[in-house]
Design a protein around this ligand. Structure first.
Ligand SMILES: *Cc1c(COP(=O)(O)O)cnc(C)c1O
Length: 370
């Protein structure tokens, strides 16, 4: 966490205003600031990235009996949110280059196993509808979003982007989360900027934003009345968190610059030491949330670094290998997600990582190679 800005000042202003909960002015102010930063025309602030995914899916109409297609290598929240709606995930393997959803596999699956009807794209085998495509910009960068959006349009699939860990990342100059019908951000404590907790639904569709907001405030139909017209949720972001988020957003560009420089130093030093970096599309500017590499010495490196108190960590388990998702369809040829899971490690990526910590990482790779 990098708390070097106006955090105290805005928290105090929020407390002094007496409006610390979800009716406080900071929540709407944070929404406007994030919308302006990302270029989305609407933003809805909620209590977590998971809540943003849940409301994004509901607002796109995902529900019981539907499928939602997502990547097999992501944080578990992506698939949990699909389940909350009553829909079932279909997992697509990642590609060997950028470790994001394999778009060739996706296209082949859609071409051979689905059909278009008046109601949208349906799986041929059981006739169930595929409600949307949920790509993940995993670890802070993207695959080819132009190709992804072309495939989605060809099969009439709405797109909800899980950009929870990719705030600040861009593709062809455009901020992630603004390509699909909707996108989700997270402000959890481990993300590039944080509001202690929180999330955001981005969209350019005012009606979708209205639905997401409505569901986030228990679907209250009239302000002064207890009439509710849908099954809603208590998901609205409190102003106290939004105040923190405002202070963090002001620092995002400097955090991005620090992380870009750190990632470049890692690439220069570790490239020759058997560390394999992902091959990110040239059009993508990563936010370098977690600098992650594959190494044949992965287990040894993790052990050494963790024993030295360094914030090195493995990458998520592929979701098809978790007990609650093992029966979900998994579209894969080589199980690339498992290969990355077994050989990848995320390196200490704090924007203000000390020189001593940086050198400790380099030494661990040198020792592992020797
Ligand atoms: C962090 C994260 C989420 C969930 O966000 P929370 O704010 O922790 O609920 C979802 N998807 C991905 C890819 C994430 O990294």
């Amino acid at each position: 966490m990098y708390l070097r800005g106006n955090e105290w000042e805005y928290l105090k202003a929020c407390l002094d205003s007496g409006w610390i909960s979800s009716a406080g002015a900071f929540t709407a102010q944070f929404e406007q600031a994030v919308a302006a930063y990302t270029g989305a025309s609407c933003a809805v602030a909620v209590s977590s990235g998971t809540a943003a995914l849940h409301l994004g899916l509901l607002s796109l109409g995902a529900g019981p009996g539907d499928y939602v297609i997502t990547s097999n290598l992501t944080y578990v929240a992506t698939a949990n949110a699909i389940r909350y709606t009553g829909a079932e995930p279909i997992f697509v393997d990642i590609d060997a280059a950028a470790w994001q959803m394999d778009l060739a596999l996706l296209e082949e699956f859609l071409h051979t196993r689905t059909e278009l009807r008046d109601t949208g794209c349906h799986l041929r085998s059981d006739g169930r509808r595929i409600a949307c495509l949920l790509p993940v910009h995993a670890l802070g960068w993207t695959g080819d979003l132009e190709v992804l959006m072309r495939i989605a349009a060809a099969y009439r699939l709405p797109v909800l982007e899980d950009a929870a860990d990719a705030m600040g990342a861009r593709f062809a100059g455009r901020h992630v989360g603004t390509f699909g019908q909707a996108g989700c951000l997270s402000f959890n404590g481990n993300k590039i900027i944080t509001a202690a907790a929180g999330g955001m639904v981005l969209t350019s569709d005012p009606e979708l934003a209205r639905r997401a907001h409505h569901l986030s405030v228990q679907a209250k139909a009239a302000p002064e009345d207890y009439f509710h017209d849908d099954t809603g949720y208590n998901y609205r972001m409190p102003a106290l968190l939004a105040a923190l988020g405002m202070a963090q957003l002001e620092q995002l560009d400097s955090i991005l610059a620090l992380k870009r420089a750190l990632a470049a130093r890692y690439a220069a030093e570790l490239g020759p030491l058997e560390a394999q970096f992902p091959d990110i599309p040239p059009a993508c500017a990563s936010n370098h949330w977690l600098v992650t590499v594959m190494s044949p010495q992965r287990d040894r490196l993790l052990k050494t670094l963790q024993a030295a108190g360094q914030a090195a960590r493995p990458v998520w388990w592929p979701l098809n290998r978790l007990p609650m998702f093992q029966d979900a369809p998994y579209i894969s040829r080589q199980d690339q997600a498992y290969a990355v899971h077994r050989q990848a490690l995320s390196l200490p990526s704090d924007p203000d990582l000390s020189e001593a910590d940086f050198q400790a990482v380099i030494r661990a790779f040198q020792a592992a190679k020797a």
